[in-house]
Design a protein around this ligand. Sequence first.
Ligand code: FE2
Length: 182
Amino acid sequence: MDQQIVDQLAKDILSLFEAEAPSRENVGIRGTELIQEFIQKPGVGESLAKLDITKKIRLWGSQGSGMQILLHGADTPKRSSPHDHGQSWALYFQVSGATEMSTYRRISGSPGRPGQAVLEKTDQTDLTPGNAMFFGPLVIHSTQHSAPPARWIRVTGTDLDYVERLRFSIERQEAVIEKRYR
Ligand SMILES: [Fe+2]
């Protein structure tokens, strides 16, 4: 894929929140349109389909800080436990297949803190190609890919490997700080 096309996408997304905080209105709506335009560009769809998604791929961004544009995929059925992204925002954009996205409200315990956590599911949406979901800080969500293959782009406000965030167990009614894996 032409790096210039990715660089331009990053520049355009960054410009959406130069003068205001990242939100559902700017990154969530306009950012989604920018990614829709991006995947229509010559060669982009083919490149995204060919990349090896055994591990997440950083399409744009620097390790450790700043906005990241990542490609993720599922070639076998996958399910994540509920988690947040700490203080980072995120935009999930579906490229192919479907992501079953659930969001939750924490009805016990302190927001953003580990410990006792009872979750109530507030929404379940099937993200299909071309559609996206924006999450602000601390939004609790989980993904499931029961009908792979699927590929999706995830744009995050910063490198989540370096952010303190929570993972939840519905069975244990507990939130724990996610172990950093780098
Ligand atoms: Fe997530």
